[in-house]
Design a protein around this ligand. Structure first.
Ligand code: SF4
Length: 417
């Protein structure tokens, strides 16, 4: 199999140096692609003693071995860096199309070093690679930034950060076509580099040494998937289809900051309830036939206008059971806000549930927070997320103006709520 871009692209945002090297044979043989490439390149180039927000921290983006080919469930792209949340190496994966474009542009991996002096984005258009001014995108929501990039330079796939990453929220994520590399704060690493977006477009064909065999294996894999009971359920109800089993049969559903492990009110956050009512159509990661995502739309009530790709199992527990929130519309709104601000839904919900317990124990008060942040108050969940991801916007409610912070060496923000 030689489904490769052929080169490693290195961009130093401080010096502006752009380098290409052939993908070493040993790397291909030993690490295949995707996460393997990204981890190896990161470990080779990063001094582990450096802080995650040190400009010398390295961020690697690498499409999987089969990304860009017609193989279901194999279209992912890995982001690897030092996490500002855990202080160690971390990976986060998106099912958006950035990796396929990188490969078609000729790259098996993109290594980003240094820090831009002002808000920037990376434009990769086959051999043409430029660090460009992103001042007009800074402060925009993830989706809006991607759209603005496309409006300005054409039909590129963009991975963007939102105000959360810009504000160095330690669990800020990266969005690509509504599929998030959400975990471990790698969006904050981009923010610390003043890097708002990576936009890629490739015109090359991926060469496969035995295309017939690849198709045979892909069709075979499709058959294996379809035989699994989970295939139909996942396609209909998404990754939360087993929520009822986790909650009621196993009794291990995170509930009210893990004070309980069975959420009695889970009925309305169960996809068997909401998927037929709010799921307009299925959504998939790149090249996936399973399509476990749902285009979720709220068309009336206080959260009318909420539109998102979801809702994943992990988000159902974090912004649902963990907060004692049985209102799927409030949950969807909080999920949408997380996606727009570029914040990981899992960490966000876990923090909100933790704050709710602090309030319950009298350690924090609603006045201090500015939101009536109690368990079983669904409205509190989206209100707690309606911030820019910094303490400046603690008060809740969706922002109507973009964040404008562009400080060069601003101190790390440790809270997203
Ligand atoms: S659509 Fe679902 S099943 Fe398919 S790759 Fe994405 S997460 Fe996996």
């Amino acid at each position: 199999m030689h489904a490769r871009g052929g080169h490693i692209l290195t961009v130093n945002l401080t010096s502006g140096r752009i380098g290409r090297e052939k993908t070493p044979k040993e790397l291909k043989a030993d690490f295949l692609g995707g996460e393997g490439f990204a981890v190896k390149l990161f470990v080779d180039r990063m001094d582990p003693k450096l802080d995650a927000f040190d400009p010398r921290n390295v961020l690697v983006v690498a499409p999987g071995l089969l990304t860009g080919l017609p193989v279901p469930t194999a279209g992912k792209t890995a982001f690897v860096s030092k996490s500002p949340l855990t202080g160690t190496i971390a990976e986060s994966i998106t099912g958006g199309g950035i990796g396929a474009q990188l490969k078609a542009a000729g790259y098996d991996a993109l290594v980003i070093e240094g820090k831009s002096y002002s808000p920037s984005y990376l434009m990769i258009d086959d051999d043409k690679v430029e660090i460009r001014d992103a001042s007009s995108y800074w402060g925009k929501f993830t989706r809006d930034a991607a759209e603005a990039v496309r409006n300005d330079i054409g039909d590129f796939v963009a991975a963007t950060i939102g105000p959360g990453g810009e504000s160095l929220v330690r669990y800020a994520g990266i969005d690509c076509e509504d599929r998030q590399a959400g975990r471990a704060g790698l969006g904050a690493v981009m923010g610390s580099k003043n890097l708002k977006a990576i936009a890629a477009r490739g015109s090359g064909d991926l060469m496969v040494s035995n295309a017939q065999k690849l198709i045979f294996l892909a069709v075979n894999w499709q058959g294996v998937m379809e035989k699994s009971n989970a295939f139909v359920e996942d396609t209909k109800y998404g990754s939360g289809e087993f929520l009822g089993w986790v909650n009621s049969e196993r009794g291990v559903f995170p509930t009210r900051n893990w004070k309980q492990s069975v959420f009695e009110e889970r009925g309305r956050i169960d996809p068997y309830y909401w998927a037929p009512r709010y799921g307009i159509k299925n959504k998939a990661c790149l090249a996936c036939t399973k399509a476990c995502g749902k285009l979720f739309v709220v068309s009336e009530g206080p959260y009318a206008g909420t539109v998102l790709d979801g809702i994943e199992y992990e988000t159902l527990y974090s912004l649902g059971g963990q907060c004692g929130n049985p209102d799927i519309e409030a949950l969807a709104k909080a999920n949408e806000l997380c996606d727009l601000y570029g914040i990981d839904t899992i960490s966000a919900g876990v923090v909100i549930g933790f704050v709710m317990e602090l309030v319950e124990r009298g350690i924090l008060s609603a006045e201090e927070i500015g939101v009536d942040c109690r368990f079983d108050n669904p409205d509190a969940v989206p209100r707690m997320k309606g911030s820019c991801g910094s303490r400046r916007n603690w008060g809740g409610g969706p922002r109507t103006t973009p964040c404008t912070s562009r400080e060069w060496n601003r101190p790390p923000t440790t809270s997203a709520v």
